[in-house]
Design a protein. Structure first.
Lengths: 372, 256
């Protein structure tokens, strides 16, 4: 690959691999940083286990979300699907005495059904993906609250806790095996099956897919069903991990998973999928959050860090996509253009008004009276 | 093809009329296409060129009129029907998925598979070798890389992939090309015209829709001129010139 052609610029040769290299570099950066800042506590085996356990939960969903996003879709309902199918499974086991070996497959099929509903809402009722899954997220979460009524269902059979946090002695935890198995299955689906091939084609050019006789709507529904089933699997794993489930579990699954997939180089504009990237993205986010905890940074900063990572990753990919980078070399140069000047004055005005208001507030301030 | 000893036309369209609601897009159009011949269809925007070929390729059904393929009356209810009978089209947009590699595009919707332990999976290796073979044998084209996404190819190479997709079907007899050179530079245009020549020599009936009279005169054997939904004349390219065809297109003779 690298030896046959005339020397091309390094960036051009690296471009096909950027989806893998991006998250790898960031993972390496975290490793190096933590190696300097907090090596003893971060690199403990028990901590590595924690990171893997956390990442394992997101792997099935990241795999499925890779397909949905590659088809130019998005699924915001996975958190609620995980919670609702987890709760229904818990009720089946605790209240109706179902065997856990039946209840777990039932939970996954329930998730698949919810995914099917998502897919049909989007393809049959022509509701845009974003609104459709956002609304269904509310519906599923609502049902979970109605069913559980604030109850915490806890203490499940061993099979479930094994799925969530068990480990093969001297080897990795079982959920990690499940997670990696789903990622491998996803890679196989993406590269070796009609579904994967058509997923890329649909995301790349829906018109071309339609013209070549691919049933675009059917394959969209497939992706949402896969996403629902994987979300339910994550719900089962979460229930097992905590040995408890409640209606408000899994609150930010959707954004975390979308972030992992996008950081991994799968394009939100469709057609560009990277299963290995999604795997790396999941690892990266888990490592970052764990690093923040290890550094004893307040929990709420996690949200800030996740947001910053997403924006920088997407901005990096957008920049990589831009073929014509002449003149973009100096970022400052764009401020010299007339439009840049206008934007600069506009930004200055907003910040100026804010500072002025703060100054007025500060000058007119009286002794504060605590509210209650 | 020689002048007077013309065999029966491969495609015969007779009295084709197409109405969309109150609008008559085509009225009573006849068209003949012969094997081993390039028939160009020219005409102004809205003259009915696209409607005519969409009827031939089964995308639209005619309101009135009959289509004969090899003397046999055919009724296409869909584009897939027409493809099974050996009529396919290469669209102006080429209908390529830019993120997929050329073999994936060539077999899009028609993938080669193999079975592993009873599970059907895509046979990427065979699709790759078949793509290489078809591009080389039928079109005389070799791509630098079959692994790069199709978007990295030049316009002419993309065209070749789209054509290869159509000619891979062994039973292909009629290939319709809609504005194949519209988005290409001079060099790529020349290459595409050579591809059309190659296909013609292989005995296909090629129907070419084009706005570029230069291309039409370079590659076609006959020119079918559409104007306002009607066929205003079919001329033999060798006996005609740009001026005459242009006159037919804009209806200068009528006005004079």
């Amino acid at each position: 690959m690298t030896t046959e052609t005339a020397p091309r610029p390094l960036t051009e040769r690296l471009e096909p691999y950027i989806a893998i290299i991006g998250p790898m570099v960031m993972i390496l950066a975290i490793l190096i940083f933590m190696g300097v800042a907090e090596p003893a506590r971060y690199f403990r085996t028990s901590n590595m286990n924690l990171i893997l356990l956390d990442a394992a939960l997101y792997m099935p969903m990241a795999m499925a979300m890779t397909f949905v996003i590659t088809q130019r879709g998005i699924d915001l309902s996975i958190g609620s699907i995980a919670a609702l199918s987890g709760i229904m499974m818990a009720f089946l086991i605790k209240q109706y005495g179902f065997s856990v070996y039946v209840a777990v497959p039932i939970a996954i099929m329930l998730g698949a059904t919810m995914g099917l509903i998502n897919g049909l809402v989007i393809t049959r009722l022509n509701v845009p993906d974003l609104i459709g899954t956002l609304a269904m997220d509310l519906v599923y979460r609502g049902f979970a609250l109605v069913l559980a009524k604030g109850l915490v269902l806890a203490r499940f059979p061993d099979f479930l806790t094994d799925m969530g946090r068990g480990r093969i002695p001297g080897f990795v935890p079982i959920p990690v095996l499940i997670g990696i198995a789903t990622m491998i299955a996803g890679y196989f689906l993406l590269t070796r099956t009609y579904f994967g091939r058509y997923t890329v084609a649909i995301g790349s050019s829906p018109e071309a897919a339609e013209l070549t006789g691919i049933s675009v709507n059917r394959h969209k529904v497939f992706a949402y069903v896969l996403c629902g089933a994987c979300a339910a699997l994550a719900g089962v794993m979460l229930t097992g991990k905590l040995n408890a489930i409640q209606a408000t579990s899994a609150p930010y699954f959707n954004l975390h998973v979308i972030a992992a997939v996008v950081v991994g180089g799968t394009s939100l504009f469709g057609g560009r999928a990277s299963m290995l990237g999604s795997f790396a993205g999941v690892l990266l986010l888990s490592m970052m959050i764990n690093a923040l905890v290890t550094l004893r940074i307040e929990f709420f900063w996690q949200s800030v860090a996740s947001g910053v990572v997403i924006v920088s990753a997407v901005a990096l990919y957008a920049w990589m996509q831009k073929k014509d980078r002449d003149g973009a070399g100096s970022w400052m140069a764009s401020l010299q253009t007339p439009d840049g000047q206008k934007m600069l004055r506009f930004s200055a005005a907003i910040i100026g008004v804010l500072i002025a208001l703060l100054a007025i507030g500060g000058l007119t301030a009286v002794d504060p009276t605590p509210s209650g | 093809m020689t002048e007077n000893s013309m065999p029966a036309p491969l495609v015969k369209m007779r009295g084709i009329t197409k109405r969309f609601g109150g609008v008559t897009a085509l009225s009573n159009v006849d068209l003949d296409a012969y094997a081993g011949e390039v028939l160009a269809i020219v005409g102004d925007n809205g003259a009915g060129k696209s409607t005519l070929i969409k009827i031939l390729t089964g995308v639209y059904q005619p309101t009135e009129g009959d289509i004969f393929l090899d003397g046999e009356k055919v009724d296409f209810s869909s584009h897939a029907d027409a493809i099974t009978r050996g009529i396919d089209a290469v669209y102006q947009t080429l209908a390529l998925a830019d993120h997929l590699d050329p073999p994936a595009n060539m077999f899009l919707g028609n993938e080669l598979t193999r079975s592993v332990l009873g599970v059907t999976i895509l046979d990427n290796k065979r699709m790759r070798s078949e793509t290489e073979r078809v591009l080389m044998e039928r079109l005389g084209v070799t791509l630098k890389s079959l692994d790069a996404p199709t978007e990295s190819l030049s316009g002419g190479q993309r065209q070749a992939v789209a054509i290869a997709r159509a000619v891979y079907h062994e039973g292909l007899r009629v290939l319709v090309m809609d504005e194949p050179t519209a988005a290409l530079g001079p060099q790529e245009t020349a290459r595409t015209l050579k591809l059309i020549q190659t296909l013609k020599d292989q005995g296909l009936a090629v129907i070419l829709i084009s706005h570029s009279l230069d291309d039409v005169f370079e590659v076609s054997d006959r020119v079918h001129v559409q104007r306002r939904g009607q066929c205003v004349g079919t001329v033999r390219t060798a006996d005609s010139n740009t001026q005459e065809v242009l006159g037919l297109i804009v209806g200068a003779e009528e006005a004079a």
